[in-house]
Structures are given as C-alpha cells and as structure tokens.
Design a protein around this ligand. Sequence first.
Ligand SMILES: [Zn+2]
Length: 461
Amino acid sequence: MDEQHSRPLNTALVAGPPSALPTDYGTFTLRSYTFNGITHVAMTLGEPADSEAPLVRMHSECLTGDVLGSHRCDCGDQLTASLEAISSAGTGILLYLRGQEGRGIGLENKLRAYALQDTQGLDTVEANLALGLPEDARDYQAAAHMLTHLGCNRIRLLSSNPAKSDALNQLGIEVVGRLNLQLPDRPENSAYLQSKRSRMNHDVPNGHPDVEHSTGLDVYRTIATNDEVLAQLAQSEDGFIATRSGDAMFVSGTLDRRHLHCIRAAVGAVMVGAGTVVADNPQLTVRAVEGENPVRVILDPRARIPRDSTVLQSGDAPTMWLIGADTQVEGPLAGHVQIVRLPSTSGQRVDPHQVIAVIREHVQGSILVEGGGQTVSEFLSAGALDRLFLTTAPVLIGDGVPGIRFAGSDKMSKALRYPFRRYVFGQDVCTEYVLSAAARKHSAQTPAQLREVQEQEPSIG
Ligand SMILES: [Zn+2]
C-alpha cells in the first residue's frame, strides 16, 4: 500500500506542495488538490500513510456552518469535532471538499432552499427537490483520488452518513470502519438533522426517535378522541420559560414546537392566561403540522389583554374571551371573538375547575392549557389536569419567568410523582406526566413503559 504514494496517478488530479498549518488542534500539513477545476484541501496530522486505517473526515464545504457559525446545520460542529477526534488520535486526515455547498447544489441554491424552508415549511430534502435539484449532488471522486495520493486506501471514516462510505468503497477506498461523531442537536437544526436521518438514511443517535415517531405519537390520538384537560410547557433545565425581560425565543427546539402544534391540532380548545397574551401576543393556531385550529380561550378576569392583540384581531380561529362577571369591555369586538363571563369570585382567583366547566359549556373535545407558567402551575396544583407535557431544554437561564411553581411540601415523600413517559425531541426531553386516573385509562392500550413506571416504587431519601 505504501507504493501507492509514489505510483503515478492516472487522473487529472493536481497536487500542490505540502505546507505547515498550525491550528487549535495541532500542526497539520496542508495540501491543495485541484480536480475538475475545483481546488480542495487535505489537512493531515502525523503520518496517516503509516497508519493501518487512519481516521478520515471527508467534509463538504459549508460557508454558513463552517465559517459563519450557523446553527441551521451541524457542519461547523462536525468540522470541529472531527479535528478534535483527529487531534486526539494523533494522526488522521481532513479532506475539505469545496464546491459541495448544500450537498452539491451550490451556495446560491442552498440559500434559495433555506428561503423555501422558511416560507413554505419544506424540509431540507423537499426544498432541494422543489428547486428542481437533486437531494444530494455530491460525488467523491476527488476525495478518493486525494486519499490514494496520500497513501491511504484503507481508512476509518468520521461520518454519520453511510452513503459516504458506500461511495468511497465503490471508488476503491476500503472503509473498514465508520465512526459517528454523536453530536447533540441544536434547537435550530434538530428538524434538519431529523430529516437527514429519516429521509437520507443518516445514523439515528441513541435515543432519538425519528420524525415520524415524534409527530405520530399515540397520545395525539388519545387526546383527540377523549375529553381531557392537558397542559404543555417548555422550560429551561433550571425551570424558566423566558428570561427576566420575557424573551422566550427559543427555549425549546423545532421538534418540541411541532409536538405543541400536534397537540393543538388534537384539542378542541387552547387556553392561555392573560399574561401570556400580554407578553408574547401568540397566534395559538396550528402551523407546524396539518390540522384544524382549536378555539382560542383567553383567561382574562380583568380584561387586560391589549385590544390589538392577535387573538382579538385575527379571525384565524374563534376566540373565547373569558372575563370576570362584572368586568367592563368597551366598544365592538371582531366577529370571531365571543365574551364569556366567569363566575363571580369576590376578588379570589378563579378556581381552575370552574374555568374548565365554563369552557366545556361552549367547546367539545380536549382542552390544552398552554401557558404561561403561572396558569399551568395553578391548574396542576388544583388537580385540574389529566396530563402534563413538560419539556426541558438543555439551557440555563438563571433568572426569569418561572415555569412550574406551586406550594411545595417539606418532605420529598409528599412531592408529586406520577406515571410518566419520555420523548426525545432533538436536544430537548419531554416528560409526559399522566396525572389522572382517566388519562391512565385512556393511555392504557399504549405503552408497556407506562405500566413499568407505575410499578416503580418512588425512592424516598
Ligand atoms: Zn452546513
């Protein structure tokens, strides 16, 4: 195999002279390779040709990810992790393949595809196809020639994409192992990475459900076919739903948002407290998936939400404005808004059970209590919820708008423990607490998991 090094190449590959490249990951040797009019580079560390099967990263150029720090894709993270892996192995090769932007469609088309993803909700594969371009236009001939020139026809490939090792094997490079870098998804790229996993056969990291799983959970059907009261909240690992200035963009990632929209599509009504409307001006409609908008319910005893808020202005969904028995509202309202009076409470906060009863008089189906933290917490501690979806994102906010908070207890043995199921949504972990006996019954046909959890003795320290 060592002879390969000096064997003349029967290709149009033009190899440049080696130079030293000191980097954060060690001092590499850098060479240019020009093939079919495109100049690539190879970074080598140590003497990979002497290695039995050196580590090789075949990295496709990505200006946005590699240079500009984009979180839309994982290229920058993969590049860094590959250089770290090669550095810690002490020897290896990084082939930086230029002209492979957007899986070979070029930078301009890649940005056009981004725009389509933003405006039409297409995934990364659909967007390429909508532009009349292949989902993957790359070929690895140049890379195979570069590896041959470097004396490495037997390698271990750093990649989560089996198509890359297949392509190299066909081009005469023996890939004896493929190492998946197992990087955590970022909130902004988890949907993109899930698309690559489900549509392009990329490795599914341990514990990752694919897109179908995460949007086709049995529980959506359970919610749609029963009259439950459920709540959903996404909070940071340290229990906040927004920063202290109210910035909640974005605590959890795309898949958790999709999950929320799946729940909205399954319920008859979605309710938020007035504080959420004041802080976030939400639409409360179904956009991330197909489905009908639920009735919007705004719990607002003092009628303090702004009159120009989306829920009062946009007729995308019927809106029920739940206000106090004696609260005055001036002037005419848009046709989609119906005022419904809460029972008289003589200054006390309204009992969540009464709120549910009032909503049930007007709307069929399940009711989603979507926020904010205070409203969800009140409904939880009043025992008004059948089910709670609590997503935690791996972010620490430190101080801010609290998520779940209620009058706790002195003893851990009195803390709330319920049967639960867990879902991994990209980087986020969603825990579904099955709170009521009714919900446990509705979910009984689903998972062995649920039984398992019910049988577990709580550990009391
Ligand atoms: Zn990229």
